[in-house]
Design a protein around this ligand. Structure first.
Ligand SMILES: Cc1cc2nc3c(=O)[nH]c(=O)nc-3n(C[C@H](O)[C@H](O)[C@H](O)COP(=O)(O)OP(=O)(O)OC[C@H]3O[C@@H](n4cnc5c(N)ncnc54)[C@H](O)[C@@H]3O)c2cc1C
Length: 392
C-alpha cells in the first residue's frame, strides 16, 4: 500500500496550488483527478486566455452564507501574490476591463507553470484516477483508488462544483462532506444565462444576438455591464453576474438606458415630436428592433402627444425598469460556477480544515464561496489552495 502525507483529490486550480505549496514544504503529495489532463477549466477559461485574478479582490465580490469567510485566505495569498508568481515565470498579462487580468497568450501557460512547479517539488500525479471510498481511522485516511489502497495523513478535497459535467465536474466533494456529516449549502448554477418561458421568449427571439449596455438588478445586487439577447433568453456579463443572486420565481429589473432620465426624455420629445409613436422616438437612442419590442402595443399605439403623464411615466419604466420573470437558467451545462457548497461553518477559514474532521480539507469552488465574474473565482481557488498548502 502506498503512503503519502497528503492526497489531494482534484487537479484544478485549487488542487494544483495546494500541491505545489505542500510539496515545497517537503510533504509527500499525491494529486489525483479522474480527468485525463490537469486544469481543464483553466484551459477553457477566459476565452482561452484565463482571467486569472482581479485587481479589486474585496469581500463584497464573493457570495457565501458567511461573506467574511474568504477574507483570511484572500488577504494572506492575494491577487498581488499570484501576479508575482506568474511574472516570475515570464507569463505576460494585461488588464482587460474592471480590473480583470488575462494572459496575453494562452491559458495553458498557467497549467504549465503549475506542472513545472509540481515536478520541481516531486508531487506524484495520478490522472484518470477514480477515487472510490475514503475512510478515516486513528492513523489517518485510506482511499480506494483504481482498485488499490492509498494511505494519507491528510486528504484535501479540491473537486470543484457541478458546472460543466462534460469536462469532469462531479458532486464528489459534496458527497464526501455529507459522508463525514458536514453541512452542505444548497447548490445552484451561477454565472449562467437566464432562460425565458415560451410566451416571453417569442417577444425577444427576434433580438437574438443584440447586445446593449444595461443595469440588471435583483433586490440585493445590481451590475452595469453588457446584456446579450439570446435564442433562449438573456446572457452577457450583467446577466451572468445577476444570475448568481437570482432565485426561481423572483423578478429581475433591467435599465436599458443607464444614467438617463427616460421620463424627461419622452417629455421633451412630446413637445417637439408629439406626432410620433414611442418606438420611433426611442429608436433614436436604442436599436430599432429593441425599441419596437419594448413599445409594442403600448397604450394601443398612441402617439406621444396623446399619452397622459402617467402613460409617459409607464413608458419610461418600460425602458428603465423593464421587469422580467426568468423561467430558469441554462443550468450546470453552461454555468461558470456552482453557488453554495460545503458550509463555511464547517471549515476553519485560516487552514480550510474541517472543524469536526481533523486532517480533512476543502478548497476552491467546492466550498460555499462564489466569486463574481471577472477573475474572482480563480483568485479564491489560488488563495484557499495556498492556505491549505501551508498546513497539510
Ligand atoms: C467555461 C468557464 C470559464 C471560466 N472562466 C473563468 C475565468 O476566466 N476566471 C475565473 O476566475 N473563473 C472562471 N471560471 C470559474 C473557474 O474555472 C472555477 O471557479 C475554478 O476552476 C475552480 O477551481 P477548483 O480547483 O475549485 O475546481 P476545478 O477547476 O473545477 O477543478 C476540480 C477538479 O476536480 C476534478 N474532479 C471532479 N470530480 C472528481 C472525482 N470524483 N474524482 C477525481 N477528480 C475529480 C475535476 O476533473 C477537476 O479537474 C470559469 C468556469 C468555466 C466553466
Amino acid at each position: 500500500m502506498q503512503e503519502f502525507d497528503v492526497v489531494i483529490i482534484g487537479a484544478g486550480a485549487a488542487g494544483m496550488m495546494c500541491a505545489v505549496e505542500a510539496g515545497a514544504r517537503g510533504r509527500r503529495v499525491l494529486l489525483l483527478d479522474h480527468a485525463k489532463s490537469l486544469g481543464e477549466k483553466i484551459r477553457i477559461s477566459g476565452g482561452g486566455r484565463c482571467n486569472f485574478t482581479n485587481l479589486d479582490c474585496r469581500a463584497e465580490a464573493f457570495l457565501s452564507q458567511n461573506p467574511k469567510f474568504a477574507i483570511s485566505a484572500l488577504s494572506r495569498f492575494s491577487q498581488w501574490d499570484f501576479i508575482d508568481r506568474i511574472e516570475a515565470e515570464g507569463i505576460a498579462w494585461h488588464e482587460k476591463t474592471l480590473g480583470q487580468l488575462f494572459c496575453d497568450g494562452s491559458a495553458t501557460q498557467i497549467i504549465e507553470m503549475f506542472a513545472r512547479g509540481m515536478a520541481a517539488v516531486r508531487v506524484e500525479i495520478g490522472l484518470r484516477s477514480d477515487v472510490g471510498e475514503v475512510r478515516r481511522d486513528k492513523s489517518g485516511f485510506t482511499l480506494r483508488v483504481a482498485g488499490t489502497e492509498v494511505k494519507a495523513r491528510s486528504v484535501v478535497i479540491a473537486t470543484g462544483g457541478l458546472s460543466i459535467p462534460k469536462i469532469g465536474a462531479s458532486g464528489f466533494g459534496y458527497d464526501i462532506a455529507r459522508q463525514f456529516e458536514l453541512a452542505v449549502e444548497e447548490t445552484r448554477a451561477g454565472l449562467v444565462p437566464l432562460t425565458f418561458a415560451p410566451h416571453d421568449l417569442a417577444k425577444i427571439k427576434p433580438l437574438a444576438g443584440l447586445s446593449v449596455d444595461a443595469i440588471v438588478a435583483t433586490s440585493d445586487a445590481q451590475f452595469r455591464e453588457g446584456l446579450l439577447f439570446t435564442h433562449r433568453g438573456l446572457s452577457g456579463p450583467s446577466v451572468l453576474q445577476i444570475s448568481s443572486y437570482w432565485r426561481e420565481g423572483r423578478a429581475i429589473s433591467v435599465d436599458l438606458m443607464p444614467g438617463q432620465d427616460m421620463y424627461e426624455f419622452f417629455r421633451a420629445r412630446k413637445s417637439g415630436q408629439g406626432g410620433q409613436v414611442p418606438a420611433t422616438v426611442l429608436s433614436e437612442v436604442l436599436p430599432k428592433r429593441l425599441a419596437r419590442m419594448l413599445c409594442q402595443g403600448y397604450c394601443g399605439g398612441k402617439t406621444l402627444a396623446n399619452l397622459t403623464e402617467d402613460e409617459l411615466r409607464g413608458l419610461a419604466d418600460l425602458v428603465s425598469n423593464w421587469a422580467i420573470n426568468p423561467a430558469g437558467t441554462e443550468g450546470y451545462r453552461t454555468a461558470e460556477v456552482t453557488c453554495g457548497g460545503v458550509s463555511t461553518n464547517e471549515i476553519n477559514a485560516r487552514t480550510m480544515e474541517a472543524r469536526k474532521v481533523p486532517g480533512l480539507y476543502f478548497i476552491g469552488e467546492v466550498v460555499d464561496v462564489t466569486g463574481w465574474l471577472g477573475g474572482y473565482n480563480f483568485q479564491w481557488a489560488w488563495s484557499s489552495g495556498w492556505a491549505a498548502g501551508q498546513v497539510v
